[in-house]
Design a protein around this ligand. Structure first.
Ligand code: BDR
Ligand code: CA
Length: 310
């Protein structure tokens, strides 16, 4: 399968990339970057460094949006470190980002291989919204989009109701959810229940591969932040879970096809993802439906993640 990743690396973004490059049936056709966990300059540099580290320096990296469509950005240095990768040093990239923007690269790739490219979006959705502006037919040109974002029936992680990727650009998320992609939403509902815990982290630390060693060091920082959230040595595997669901949909053990919207006006609820989960939904609602993932096989995912890093 041919995969385009839009990301803001970011520690869990780094793990998602590591997962994908380890899959024999995945061809990474491009990586777009976006502000989010850090500025777009830093996330672009990190994407280049990670691909160098993972032995894939030939994958084109395109720098994307440096800010949301409407509001100012909220970066997350506390969670991901000042350099976005837990303040761990990574190899200097051999090459540079391509001239095209992330949105332009995605549109060009999608036009050149209609129906063949899968998109993994694990950062704010600004680049995807910009790509839709360049090519409104994009939902027909790509095969499938898996988005890590939103918090539907659980608390948010940056505001009481909003998840970081959606909260960073609610307008863009709303544009993407309305566009008619074949879209799977991997929200905090499942990622906050898919935790790398102490024994798994210890097992990873014992693996002797470059990918495992660097991931383990990135995670030391990340877990430092998450330990307060979970009250134990653990962290949520947001972006790598979405990557694994893209490559192996069987990891999803339950999902519902529902219209999902983003609250754009609420005084306390801006950035909230609202899914119509009523047993008697409004049948005249013409909002395209998304597959909202409600249960996953976390144990199998963690096994695969460890294998990918070996
Ligand atoms: C999402 O926000 C970012 O900080 C992570 O990389 C992930 O994509 C989780 O809410
Ligand atoms: Ca991310």
């Amino acid at each position: 399968m041919r995969v385009f990743v839009d990301c803001d690396p970011g520690i869990d973004d780094a793990l998602a990339l590591a997962y994908l490059v380890a899959q024999p049936d995945v061809e990474l056709v491009g990586v777009g970057t976006v502000y989010g966990n850090n500025s777009v300059d830093v996330t672009t540099d990190n994407a280049l460094r990670l691909l160098e580290l993972y032995g894939e320096p030939g994958v084109p990296v395109a720098g994307g949006a440096n800010r949301p469509l409407v509001q100012p950005p909220h970066l997350a240095e506390g969670v991901h470190g000042r350099n976005g990768l837990g303040d761990v040093k990574t190899p200097e990239p051999g090459g540079a980002a391509v001239e095209e923007s992330a949105a332009e690269l995605l549109v060009r790739l999608a036009r050149s291989a209609p129906g063949e490219i899968d998109v993994l979006a694990v950062g704010p959705l600004t680049n995807l919204a910009l790509a839709l502006g360049l090519e409104p037919e994009l939902p027909k040109l790509v095969r499938r989009v898996v988005v890590m974002g939103g918090a539907v029936q659980v608390a948010g992680n940056v505001t009481p109701w909003a998840e970081a990727n959606v909260n960073n650009d609610p307008e863009a998320a709303e544009v993407v959810l309305a566009a008619g992609f074949d879209l799977t939403l991997v929200a905090l509902d499942v990622t906050m229940r898919t935790l790398a815990r102490g024994p798994w982290l210890d097992e990873l630390a014992a693996v002797e591969s470059d990918r495992a060693r660097s991931s383990s060091r990135f995670l030391d920082f990340y877990v430092g932040w998450y330990t307060d959230v979970f009250g134990e040595r653990a962290c949520a595997m947001h972006d790598p879970l979405a990557a694994a669901i893209l490559t192996d949909p069987a990891l999803v053990t339950e999902s519902v096809e529902v219209p999902v919207r983003v609250e754009l006006k609420g005084e306390h609820t801006r950035g909230l993802t609202v899914a119509d989960l009523r047993p008697n939904p409004d049948l005249s609602d013409d909002r395209p439906k998304a597959a909202l993932v409600t249960q996953v096989n976390s144990e199998e995912f963690l096994k695969r993640m460890l294998n990918a890093l070996r």
